[in-house]
Write a protein that binds this ligand. Structure first.
Ligand code: ATP
Ligand code: MG
Length: 594
């Protein structure tokens, strides 16, 4: 699609980017530089130390680490030193409960201060941390805790009563349930955290962890099937710090806001670890998405770096252009997006209405960190995921006639997005699915399961997930291109495209869209969207059917679940829907064969 590259000219007021010149950084990169960003602890490496204690040791204990914004507009500040002490108390509590290195603690919490003390406390004591999303129902919580063999659960008294109490004693591995906000009424078999924490010492000797000790267990979003348990080690912190430094351009004391919930990998890797390691001040909002609230936070907190997701950006676009104009967003230096394909329309919109383009970047739970990015000082290509971080070798792979995996060398040719093994945050296993883990690696490549191509300038472009590709009349159609064209129609907010079986073409393209307020979901609108798609895409790529839905089905991390749309369309089993959040409601369906 013909979107113009946004040329980046940094004004005098801008801080010089951490990464000076892409080509220069790529050709001069060596891992020693990235490793040297990390101090190390007792000949080992520990995420908690790098994120917090190190800064206190270096004299920055007074700096604000966390700004908590409560649902009722309370505002609480925590310095690095306070976070050091509160995480020490948590680590001491774990020790007193005989929770040891390698044991698993799961969290099911809102975005409240105790969670941050617990995350850092776990790292410092070598206890493996696994976040669960607080909006999960009882079943997905139970199954994930059983798969992981959780020894400890951290949750609130409210969430416990609602989601855990009915099955608490069925989880064989579970020894301790730590509850906050008990208000003096702790249920039997649980520990009143607020009470016991206050008795713990502020001092804690960090438990030595090696580079290869397990630190984190993350469950994937479940967009393509059953969520997988992804294992990460302490060494990942090298890449958390380095990627935050060069892809998100985090400088010490930057005001940094990652909107992802800490129940997901982005909310931990870039919502906690990376910004703390880079000594930023983190904004943490405990309320749900609301455009007025979000714009107000950006203005009031003078946010410098804002890391968010396409769904939220599309919702801001839906709330109207005028709203964006009513706020002073001049403190923003970098707007970044991840998690789903970011339609070029959204990048152009933000450049126009927020004054800066969104910088898309790509990674997955398995990669543990950002692999491709549009960098702050570099040209932004709307619709592209950007280029590999210096030190990362990305490639597009295909299988040749002899069945060998080969790297595509012609720009524009599509294939599977892959990375040469060996970056520090690479996952180390799928829990209890080691064969599946091993099957992700061919020769010395890690295969991502996503399809993409690379252009002449080395930028990567997303086509779709392997499993979402549509094969129609001899053409391979990636959903992203079709969806991006659909959202350019003034009435369309979101679009999801699937292939449905057709006796002639093999598959035909069917689109599901949701529309902006003020537009009538009627046949005339469907015809107008259809005509727009044909004009933009031509008859081969344009959807043959379009259906208007009130909402598109999404995971709780905000990803559109195309597989669910397809299963429902074809009357097939829905599969694992434990991460399903918003569901669909059909309004109008077209079947336009003309
Ligand atoms: P599951 O593996 O359980 O199906 P998931 O792949 O959605 O779930 P995550 O690891 O949270 O779980 O998401 C990573 C995926 O999200 C990537 O493989 C890719 O498909 C998509 N993604 C992330 N960032 C981008 C981006 N910038 N552009 C396009 N797709 C993206
Ligand atoms: Mg995945």
């Amino acid at each position: 699609m013909d979107y113009v590259t946004i040329e980046k000219k940094l004004s005098n007021q801008d801080k010089p980017p951490n990464m000076l010149g892409y080509q220069h950084s790529v050709s001069h990169f060596d891992w020693e530089q990235a490793n040297s960003l990390i101090k190390g602890y007792k000949n080992g490496i520990n995420i908690g130390y790098e994120a917090v204690d190190r800064h206190v040791e270096e004299g920055y204990g007074e700096q604000t680490a966390l700004i908590f914004l409560g649902k009722n507009n309370q505002r609480q500040l925590y310095s690095y030193q306070q976070l050091q002490k509160s995480s020490n108390r948590f680590a001491n509590l774990l020790k007193s409960l005989q929770v040891q290195k390698g044991h698993l603690l799961c969290s099911l919490t809102d975005r409240s201060p105790i969670l941050y003390s617990a995350i850092i406390g776990c790292f410092k004591s070598g206890v493996v941390f696994s976040p669960l999303f607080s909006a999960f129902g009882p079943e997905p919580i139970k199954s994930r805790m059983e798969i992981g063999g959780a020894r400890v659960l951290l949750t609130s008294a409210r969430l416990y009563q609602k989601k855990i109490a009915p099955w608490h004693h069925e989880c064989k591995s579970l020894r301790q349930v730590l509850l906050y906000d008990c208000k003096g009424q702790c249920p039997p078999g649980c520990i009143d955290l607020d009470q016991v924490l206050s008795q713990q010492s502020d001092n804690y000797q960090i438990n030595k962890t090696t580079a290869l000790d397990t630190a984190l267990l993350h469950f994937t979003s479940g967009t393509t099937g059953e969520p997988k348990g992804v294992v990460h080690v302490h060494e990942a912190v090298i890449y958390h710090k380095y990627s935050g430094f060069c892809a998100l351009d985090i400088h010490p004391q930057d005001i940094y806001w990652c909107t992802a919930d800490p129940g997901w990998v982005t909310g931990i890797s870039y919502g906690v670890i990376s910004p703390l390691c880079n000594r930023a001040t983190l904004v943490i909002d405990n309320a749900e998405f609301d455009p007025v609230r979000w714009y107000s936070i950006l203005q009031q907190e003078k946010v410098n770096i804002w890391y968010t997701a396409p769904t939220a950006i599309r919702m801001l676009m839906k709330s109207g252009n005028e709203m964006s104009q009513q706020y002073d967003l001049s403190a923003l230096r970098l707007l970044a997006s991840v998690g789903e394909p970011l339609n070029p329309e959204a990048v152009v919109w933000s450049q126009k209405y927020l004054g800066k383009p969104f910088h898309d970047n790509w990674w997955q739970t398995e990669t543990g960190g950002i692999m491709l990015a549009n960098f702050i000082g570099e040209n932004v290509k709307p619709g592209s995921m950007g280029r590999p971080l210096p030190g990362i070798k990305a490639g597009i792979l295909k299988t040749d006639k002899l069945g060998n995996i080969v790297e595509v060398t012609t720009p524009g040719e599509s294939g599977e997005l892959a990375f040469k093994q060996g970056w520090p945050s690479m996952f180390r296993d799928y829990l209890f699915q080691t064969k599946r883990y091993q099957s992700c690696f061919k020769d010395d490549w890690y295969l991502s399961g996503d399809l993409a191509y690379q252009d002449d300038d080395g930028y990567f472009w997303f086509i779709g997930r392997n499993s979402d590709l549509i094969k129609s009349a001899g053409h391979l159609i990636g959903p992203f291109e079709v969806e991006s064209a659909l959202v350019e129609h003034p009435a369309v907010v979101e679009a999801a495209v699937i292939g449905i079986p057709d006796s002639v073409a093999g598959e035909i393209v069917k689109a599901f869209i949701s529309i902006k307020p003020g537009f009538d979901p009627n046949d005339a609108l469907l015809k107008s969207v259809m005509a727009h798609a044909r004009k933009k895409l031509g008859a081969t790529l344009a959807p043959r059917e379009i259906c208007i839905k009130k909402n598109l089905p999404k995971t709780r991390s905000g990803k559109i679940m195309r597989r669910l749309l397809k299963a429902r369309e074809l009357g097939l089993p829905e599969g694992d829907i434990s991460t399903l959040e918003s569901d669909e409601n059909e309004i109008v369906n077209s079947n336009n064969e003309t």
